[in-house]
Design a protein around this ligand. Sequence first.
Ligand code: HEM
Length: 458
Amino acid sequence: MPNPKIPHPPRLPFLGNTHQIMGKEVVANMLKVTKENAPIFEFSMSGHKDIYICNNELADSVLTSPHFHKAVSKPMQQIRNFGGDGLFTAWSHEPNWQKAHNILMPGFSRNAILSYFPIMVGCINQLMDTWRTKHAGQLIDIQGDMNKLTFDVIGLCGFDYSFEGFTKEETHPFVHAMELALNESVKRAFIPAPIRALRFQKNKKYWASANYMANLVDEIIQHRKANPDSSKTDFLNLMLQSVDKDTGEQLSDENVRYQIVTFLAAGHETTSGLLSFAFYELLRNPEYLAKAKAEAAELLANGTDAISMKDLNKLDFLRKFLMETLRLYPPVFMFTVYADKDTTIGAKQYPVKEKQMVRVFTYHIHRDKAVWGENADQFDPENFDLSRMAKRKKTTFLAFGSGQRTCIGQHFALMEAMLTICMVLQNFDLELAEGYQFELANNVTLRPKDLKIRVTPK
Ligand code: HEM
C-alpha cells in the first residue's frame, strides 16, 4: 500500500512522547523505544513530530535521496552557543561550512595525520608512564583515561596546547567546562524556553563554561598570531594561513575559535568511546587479543619513529576489529536530516513533510538482520573483510555519518585508536575487572558503564 501512515507510540496531551525517554536513563530509554517501534515511527517532542528510521532499507532511501540534508538538531542548536557555525553545528548552506571544509580537509588526510604521530606517541607514552608509576597491577577507569588521552591529543595536534591530562593531578578546567556545556546543551534542548529561563544556577554555570572556553581559545589564537611559527603543522596554523580555494577568503578569528572548540567537542569523547569498547571486546576474546598483539608487535618492531603508511595499511585485523567495534557500539548512535520538500521514503513510500526531521538511528541500522545476517548482534570482525564490504551498500555503515557531512576526523580517530591499542598491548598485560557486567552508560555519546581494566606492566 503506497503512502501508509507512519505509526507512533501512544502520546500524552502536551507532552507528546517526551515522557517515554526523559528521566535518568535517557540513552537506555531511547534504545528501548526505538527497538520496540522499529523500523519506522513518529515521535512527538516539544511540539515537533520527528520520524525515526531504524533499518537499512529506509536509511538508504533517505541518504541517497537529493531531498534530505543534514539538520542541526535541537541539541546541536544549543551546542551552537559555544560551537557557533563550526563544522559540526553549521547548516550546509551557511557560507562558513564550505569555507572551513575546504580549508581543513587537507589537514585530515591519512598522510597529514601520519605527521601527527610523534604527538600522539608522546601522549600515549604519558598515559603509559602514569599506569606504570601510579597504577601498576591496579584497576583503572578506562573511559576516564581514554578521555584524558584523546583530549590531550586533539589539544596538541590542533593548536599545540597541552591539557596535561596525565602530568597534573587536577583535571584542566577546560575539560570540566566542555563536559558541563555539552551535557547541559542536551538538557536545554528538551526544556521549553520559558522553563529554561528559570534555571538560574544552571544557566549561570552554562554560560560561564561557554565563556571560559571561548576566552581560553581566543588567548591561544591571539598568542599564535603574535608569535607566528610557520614550522608548526597543526590545525591552528592551517586555519590562520590558508585561504578558501572557492572564495579566496580566510576564516575569521571567531570562526577559528568555533572550529577549535568543535574539534575538542566532536573528537574526544567519540574516540575515547571507541577505544573503551575496543579494549572491552579485545579482553573478552583471547583469539582477537592474540591477533591484535601480533599486529602490534609487527607495527612497532622498529620503534614508533619508523611507522609508515605502508606499515599502517598492513594492520588488517585491527582495521576490521575497529570497524566492527564501531558497528556494534557507534559512539554517535544517531544523526538527523531534514526534507527540503514533501517527499516519501522507502519502498512503502512513507510520507515526509517539507522541513520534517528524520532521525537516522545508526545503532539499530548497524544491527539490521537483513544486512548483517541472523548473528547481527554478535561481534565478528570478519564482517569487515574487504570482499564482504565490497558487496554492501555504503549506507549500511554509518558510524561516521553520511555524504557531504560525513566526519572529517574519521582517519584521525582510527589512526589514533590503532596506535594507542598497539602501544598499550606491547607494554601492558590487561585484564577486565572480575565479574564486570557490560552495560551502556547514560551519556551524550555511547560508552561502556563503569568499565575497569587491570593494567600490569610487562
Ligand atoms: C570514533 C570517533 C568518531 C566518531 C564515531 C565520529 C562520528 C561523527 C559523525 C556521526 C558525524 C556526523 C554527524 C552528523 O551528521 O550530524 C561526525 C561529524 C564530524 N566529526 Fe566526527 N567522529 C569521530 C571522531 C572525530 C574526530 C577525532 C574529530 C576531530 C578531530 C571529529 C570531528 C568532526 C567534525 C568537525 C564533524 C562535522 C563535519 C562536517 O559536517 O563537515 N570527529 N563525526
